[in-house]
Ligand binder design. Structure first.
Ligand code: FAD
Length: 297
């Protein structure tokens, strides 16, 4: 299949891109890595009159370690973040989750910010941003005085729907570093390696000095229209990092999700996976936290 006819724009600066986006408004789409948008065009599921290619905006090609986390610019590809040691040391969940996104070729081209804006309910990074309490930066010619910042909790509105407005360009995502004494894990099940997950989960566990669970949180994908955050502290709080009631955490998560049947899996199977994978990820995150604490001691 071939895409519908569109006018192609290739701005050289962010300011120029914002002017074009303001001009084309509802009729425009940003083209980043093209790994999600181009298939949609070719299948004629999207037909924007204007494509604004942002691949020449060198200003947005950054992965920066900041005092409170990692800032990922809109041109940073999945693979660049995955292999940025400073970034994954600060926010290990980024490396853990990106490793499960598609295949190397797609990670070499697709962008972290593009994945967040695309807001696929089966994508890993929206859950990572929600779990860490991250923020998106959105620029527009109209805003003038600096970017609009949107918290992850308000950014994902529904399947393939995020809070980016016509005329806006997402310039960066900010992933806060989890506190000292914390550990994380990403676990998912897909039908084949590299496929979108049938169910996936990120867990963040914070241990106290006695290596007991202080708090535990999760975010699940493919079990609802947007990532589903679940607080697991009631199930795990106060328990030893290596002998907590992981199955209780799984029951909490399974009760919190409301998946639907589709061609890939039944709702019952996805709910079952939510429970099993939560138990598995919580145990792994607690072990990761203990390793990091011991390493820091
Ligand atoms: C075979 C295959 C398997 C895949 N498997 C997975 C998977 O397992 N997990 C996963 O998470 N993803 C998967 N993907 C998608 C991949 O991660 C994409 O890279 C990602 O979803 C979109 O990033 P992109 O840079 O390619 O965005 P594009 O395809 O260029 O754009 C996607 C959407 O976001 C908008 N957009 C992009 N950047 C911006 C911006 N800066 N500002 C405003 N709007 C913007 C576009 O207008 C478009 O609507 C897969 C893709 C393929 C082809």
């Amino acid at each position: 299949m071939k895409p519908p006819v569109f006018t192609y724009h290739r701005p050289e600066t962010v300011a120029e891109a914002l002017d074009v986006l303001a001009e084309v408004g509802h009729d425009g789409k940003v083209l980043a890595g093209g790994q999600s948008l181009v298939p949609l065009l070719n299948m004629r599921l999207a037909a924007p009159a204007h494509l604004v290619d942002v691949n020449r905006l060198a200003e947005l090609d950054e992965v920066a370690r900041e005092p409170d986390g990692v800032r990922v610019g809109a041109l940073a590809r999945h693979a660049r973040v995955e292999h940025d040691q400073a970034a994954v040391d600060a926010v290990p969940l980024l490396g853990q989750a990106i490793a499960d996104i598609a295949h190397t070729a797609i990670r070499n081209r697709g962008t972290v910010v593009g994945s967040l804006v695309h807001a696929d309910p089966a994508a890993e990074l929206p859950a990572v941003l929600v779990l860490l309490g991250g923020t998106m930066e959105l620029a527009s010619a109209a805003a003038g005085g600096g970017p609009r910042r949107v918290a992850a909790a308000d950014f994902f509105l529904g399947p393939l729907e995020s809070a980016v407005r016509p005329g806006e360009l997402a310039t960066a995502a900010l992933f806060p570093a989890p506190p000292a004494g914390s550990g994380s894990a990403w676990v998912e099940v897909a039908r084949r390696h590299g496929d979108y997950a049938v169910c996936g989960i990120g867990v963040l566990v914070e241990l106290d000095q006695g290596l007991r669970v202080g708090s535990a949180r999760a975010a699940l994908i493919s079990v609802g229209p947007v990532p589903v955050p679940v607080d697991l502290t009631d199930a795990l709080g106060g328990q030893p990092h290596d002998a907590a009631d992981w199955a209780a955490a799984g029951r909490l998560a399974a009760a919190a999700v409301d998946p639907e049947d589709d061609i890939h899996a039944s709702a019952a199977y996805r709910r079952h996976l939510a429970g099993v994978l939560t138990a598995r990820a919580a145990r792994a995150a607690a072990a990761h936290a203990a390793t990091r604490l011991e390493g820091a001691a």
